[in-house]
Design a protein around this ligand. Structure first.
Ligand code: ZN
Length: 330
């Protein structure tokens, strides 16, 4: 029987890696592992025809797809807004095509992990897992441990669990210099808060309504891409936001010296139909608002909450495995 209880904030791709390990699919690349997962669920008599990868993983984890997609994939971050599917919950059958394509994809193409998280996970649970909140572009450190993240330097990074890569030395650390800068800069702290809030939404916003609000806010601040004067002020705000190294790593189009109007960020401020990813919305919102809670309420109707809920309830460490259930023992 295939089963893997989801861990807090566990990334979908990481769960697939854990299922590979649990079921002895070691050596199978990701695409093969999803077919193997489908075959195994079929063999259990579960109907898998027409199901997306996210559906299959949710089925293996024993939770509804919508809950899985909302709390364990980066879809809420990748699809902040939509011009045709606004308010359709992430993980609903209507958006299955998108999940099939993007449900397991990594925004930066790299898989990140925190050495201290991996070590703590092994100490408490006997194994480690990849966290969704560590995969946000531009977030280069673990909030919990205040240390830089590492990325897995391998063509099949989710093929092993984080602690195994750390033991083998198959990781590369992000520069400490950037980490020090990130801790100091207020705007970057806002970017992190905005991105965390974007991860925790149930459905995409209406891009036209959202972009118009951002345009109005930019205009009120005398910033934007509609005139040279406004663009100059926006450029100054971006330069003060983070150092050149961070900007060129995460927003290369801005660093190329192009007209801001032609960048992804600029399009959001001139085209109500433009749809961008979470990083772009995160940057624009952190540039235009000082108070993140107020911004998220005004733009998305997200009221201030105590803490950020990253996942469903934490699994019960004392729970006994069900009969036939496979349990990871590091
Ligand atoms: Zn950590």
């Amino acid at each position: 029987m295939i089963h893997a209880e989801l861990m807090p904030d566990e990334l979908a791709l990481g769960l697939l890696g854990r299922l590979r390990s649990l079921n002895g699919w070691q050596g199978h690349q990701r695409g093969m592992a999803t077919s193997q997962l489908r075959d195994s669920l079929d063999a259990e008599g579960l109907a898998t025809e027409g199901l997306s990868n996210a559906d299959l993983l949710a089925l293996a984890a024993g939770i509804p797809t919508a809950q899985f997609v909302r709390f364990h994939t980066l879809l809420p971050f990748r699809f902040v807004a939509s011009d045709f599917g606004a308010h359709v919950p992430y993980g609903s059958p209507c958006s299955a095509g998108t999940e099939q394509v993007y449900g397991l994809a990594l925004p930066t193409g790299r898989l990140f992990a925190c050495r201290a998280c991996a070590s703590e996970d092994v100490g408490r649970w006997g194994f480690s897992w990849y966290r969704r909140s560590h995969q946000v572009p531009g977030l280069e450190w673990c909030e919990r441990h205040r240390m830089t993240l590492s990325w897995i330097d391998d063509g099949d990074p989710s093929g092993e669990l984080p602690h195994t890569w750390f033991e083998r030395g198959g990781v590369r650390e992000i520069s400490v210099r950037t980490f020090a800068l990130q801790c100091q800069k207020g705007a970057l702290r806002r970017y992190l808060s905005v991105c965390s809030a974007l991860l925790d939404r149930a459905a995409p916003a209406d891009s036209r309504a959202l972009n118009r609000k951002l345009m109005a806010r930019a205009s009120a601040l005398g910033m934007g891409v509609d005139s040279e004067k406004h663009e100059c002020k926006l450029k100054t705000a971006i330069s003060a936001f983070a150092d050149q190294h961070w900007l060129s790593a995460h927003f290369p189009d801005i660093q190329k010296g192009e007209r801001l109007a032609e960048t992804r960020l600029g399009r959001l401020l001139r085209d109500p139909r433009a749809v961008a990813q979470g990083a772009d919305y995160g940057l624009v919102i952190s540039l235009l608002y000082d108070d993140v809670d107020e911004a998220m309420d005004l733009l998305f109707g997200i009221r201030k909450r105590v803490g950020v809920s990253m996942s469903a309830a934490r699994p019960d460490a004392s729970r006994q495995p069900a009969q036939g259930e496979l349990v990871m023992t590091s």
